[in-house]
Design a protein. Sequence first.
Length: 361
Amino acid sequence: MRQRFIAPGAYVQGAGALGAAGEEFAALDADDAYLLGGETALSTVEDRVTDGLRAAGTDVAAVAAGVGQCTHPVIDTHADRVREAEADLVVGVGGGVAMDVATAVAHRTDALLAVVPTVASTDAPTSTVAVIYDEDGAFREVLHRDRNPELVLVDTAVVAGAPARFLAHGMGDAMATHFEAQAVAAARGKTDAGGRSAFVAVDIAERAYRRIADHGADALAAVERDAVTPAVERVVEANTLLSGLGFESGGTAGAHAVQVGLTNVGVREPHGVLVAFGTVAELLVQDADPATLDAVLDVVFGVGLDVTLDELDVGDADLHRVGRIAREHGTAAEPADPPAERVADAVRAADELVRRRRAAR
Ligand SMILES: [Zn+2]
């Protein structure tokens, strides 16, 4: 198998970046845009995005607010509207869900895709991937657009103005990428990009983790006060770009697999919270050295992502199912290839590690 590395056409980030949206949209050379996103996100940035589109000579054919779920019916509805509007550009505005819907809709309609993340809570924006759930919020499937977004436009001032917890969630998603890419590379597994893990993606994933370990707490403190600092810029880039490139061409494994297992027993906590917990479980599956485990727990606690099974409302009776689903969704990509029982044991042991560290504080 060959290695395969894929990336967005352009990644633009900075405080006030939306002020220059016109130049970036102009490079896409689209005639008609279909803008979709969450209510809050659109209320914050819709004017700047539509001004940018018009400055680029792109008409705004329709604006669809209130995108709150990425399900097949939601994707169908927006894809129909894009065709009716004869739009050749889909612009997704908001968090992970809006990015996923925009990605799926652009794929279905063969439109260009620009994404404007207003939070840095997942690495969805830079990727070809859309994660589709059912109406109850349980994981259904992963869809791949045939290419990454033509444009990812991140205004760091907007991201810093969003509730700080979103940035922490993104750090949970991003820190996992390093350990997952390592696992997939060691097992010579296949990635979302459709090849063997690319060396550069494994390196980038490691950088994402180091950034968060070094700057995560500082960045979180800054966004608590809506401030943009160099630490915030570094972490936003780690959460959005580095983690996205790292997972897509480096591979996902145990941490995301445990997250899928947890959502399928009814847990509805944010993606990054579950992935952070899954990272601790993954390290136990991998028999990681104590110093690494300790460092990861430092990061998890440092940015307030610590959570117990009790708080997730996951009982012992659910753990076998968590282990079985996790195996179907990625722990088999781990070099150790653990049976479902061992994954369930790792989840239980991760819970105990979190409890003990809390008690020791
Ligand atoms: Zn993720």
